[in-house]
Design a binder for this molecule. Structure first.
Ligand code: NDP
Length: 297
């Protein structure tokens, strides 16, 4: 990593490490399980995550099940609230009100996407910031901007944890983030900047995207455009974090052409067993942290 330029691409090929995000996610979960076991040994109850799903989209349903399974495996409680697709925004906000004032609930996650008649922004604002496991409340994002956040969006936390695990130097690195959503692109850019990377945020109107990407020591792709990032967009030796997931003909495809990146990137996360499992581990981390902060333990 470091000071190669795109001109050095013809130099010796790089041995690409395809990062096993699932293995790393499991390591983190065992650490969380140990923490919860210690809390229980000290007479404290288990932390509890409330997961709210509106409608019965099969993909969302399977994400919710996966999150609940992950809770159970580390000794964390979870409760599920399934609302019909036809539920009104008021009904959802009323449920969030009840969960906010329920002392037995430590983290709240509303599975996205929501039906079109419900405002995701109003829902994010209705979650008590002290229980904001998905870190989408404006107060939580404001703290991230100010550099004082404890709870941080799960996927961005997962990306930073992978980079740290791979010992990718961030200080002074050129980082390019493609995507600027509130849940992924913006918080990743802020976290990288906090780690003293020089960050370029790209989006659908960015000019010369391949050129910008070729300067990136750290390239984060979070667009949902399958295999948009080609091999010749990648700087030799770069760390490539592929966050995007799209389903094409029943197959999950990332934003980066992984096969083309082999031999060029130093590290790359695959679309399966990559950032996804890390996102769930960080949701568990946030719930445990929210519990500890609220209970001051
Ligand atoms: P959004 O649709 O909210 O944002 C996509 C971003 O990508 C936008 O900023 C958009 O730009 C940008 N973009 C779209 N097309 C292009 C293009 N051709 N060139 C450059 N930029 C482009 O998605 P999310 O941020 O919520 O999610 C991004 C991806 O990450 C999705 O595939 C999602 O499924 C995946 N994801 C994966 C997670 C995981 O755990 N692995 C967790 C969360 C998300 P503009 O702002 O100009 O429209």
């Amino acid at each position: 990593m470091g000071h190669e330029t795109s001109d050095s691409k013809s130099a010796r090929p790089v041995e690409t490490v395809v990062v096993d995000g699932l293995a790393l996610a499991k390591e983190l979960r065992s650490e969380l399980a140990e923490e919860i076991a210690k809390l229980s040994a000290d007479g404290h109850r288990a932390p509890c995550l409330a997961v709210v799903l509106v409608g019965d989209d099969p993909a969302s349903r399977s994400y919710v099940k996966g999150k609940q399974r992950a809770c159970k495996r580390i000794g964390m409680d979870s409760v599920e609230h399934m609302l019909p697709e036809s539920s009104s925004e008021e009904e959802l906000l009323a449920l969030l009100d009840r969960l906010n004032s329920d002392d037995g609930i430590d983290g709240i996650l509303v599975q996205l996407p929501l039906p079109a008649h419900i405002s995701a922004a109003r829902v994010a604002e209705a979650v008590d910031p002290a229980k904001d496991a998905d870190a989408l409340h404006p107060t939580t994002s404001g703290k991230l901007l100010a550099g004082t956040a404890e709870l941080v969006s799960c996927t961005p936390l997962g990306v930073i944890a992978v980079l740290d695990h791979c010992k990718v130097p961030l200080e002074g690195a050129n980082a390019v983030v493609i995507g600027r959503s509130n849940i992924v692109g913006k918080p990743i850019s802020l976290l990288l900047q906090q780690r003293n990377a020089t960050v370029t945020m790209c989006h659908s109107r960015t000019r010369n995207l391949p050129e910008l990407c070729r300067q990136a020591d750290v390239l984060v792709a979070a667009t949902g455009q399958p295999r948009m990032v080609k091999g010749d967009w990648i700087k030799p030796g770069a760390a490539v974090m592929d966050v995007g997931v799209s389903e094409v003909d029943g197959e999950l495809i990332g934003d980066v052409d992984l096969e083309a990146a082999r031999g060029i990137a130093a590290f790359i996360t695959p679309s399966r067993r990559g950032i996804g499992p890390m996102t769930i581990s960080m949701l568990l981390r946030n719930t445990l942290l929210a519990y500890r902060m609220r209970k001051a333990i």
